[in-house]
Design a protein. Structure first.
Length: 247
């Protein structure tokens, strides 16, 4: 099954190669978020946009990777509707290989998102003060959390009736998680009801850990690691079950 899954992951990469416009949203979205929030709200939130850039960029990187995990839903739903899974059923491959292949293939999307977000931040003046190990740990946390989120994304992709409806369902989940967190505003500055949600929001805990690691501050990486494990443990079996029923 591993060999079949890796082969189908390579298929996902080939689709990106022949249709590079698939990476357009991954390229523009983090740039837009960083630019808009830093220059529109930086002075109001932190008193200085340079200081706000140090605060917001690690969170935007985490947010962008979570958004990138939605590519799994779009790819799966498109394949379900263009008939390719009928061909997969007739081939001597592991039944779950197409699903796993989609999830693994999206790791390239994560890499593109990280490079663009951090690269643009460096151009604006962001400077990571953490050690090389801390920065690698921060990147690893974001990728692991995004990998975990790709499983509920897979469920959305298989339950949505059309490829056009995938984005709508996905944003219904992603917006409360990302914008209801401390990515853009410190938890202490949020109103009471939103502050209570932000404290238990797994995206806030991921953002806190990534920010602390990149800026060489006391970090708590165990929390987002635990959330990643919980999300994967709960949703991966459900995604596999939905996939088997759908095909």
């Amino acid at each position: 099954m591993i060999r079949h899954s890796l082969t189908l992951a390579w298929r996902v990469l080939l689709k990106i190669k022949h249709s590079p416009e698939q990476l357009l949203d991954l390229s523009l979205t983090p740039i837009m978020f960083v630019t808009l929030f830093v220059f529109l709200f930086g002075t109001a939130v932190a008193g200085d946009w340079h200081a706000y850039l140090q605060f917001v960029l690690p969170g935007v990187a985490a947010q962008s990777l979570i958004f990138a995990s939605m590519g799994t839903a779009v790819g799966l739903n498109s394949d379900l509707h263009n008939g390719i899974f009928d061909r997969f059923r007739s081939m001597p491959i592991a039944r779950a290989a197409p699903l796993i292949g989609h999830v693994l293939g999206d790791f390239f999307r994560y890499l593109v998102t990280i490079v663009i977000t951090l690269g643009y931040g460096l151009i604006l003046g962001f400077r990571a003060h953490g050690t090389a190990l801390e920065i690698l740990a921060a990147l690893g946390l974001m990728v692991l959390f995004s990998f975990a989120m790709s499983w509920p994304s897979s469920i959305i992709g298989m339950l949505a009736k059309t490829p056009q409806s995938v984005q709508g369902y996905a944003f219904l989940i992603m917006f409360p998680l990302t914008f209801g967190s401390n990515i853009f505003v410190p938890t202490g500055k949020l109103p009471g009801w939103l502050q209570a949600w932000a404290k238990v929001n797994p995206v806030s805990q991921l953002s806190d850990a990534v920010r602390a690691l990149m800026l060489h501050q006391p970090a708590h990486p165990a929390r987002p690691l635990l959330w990643s494990l919980v999300i994967f443990t709960v949703f991966a079996p459900v995604a596999t079950w939905c996939y088997r029923r759908r095909i």
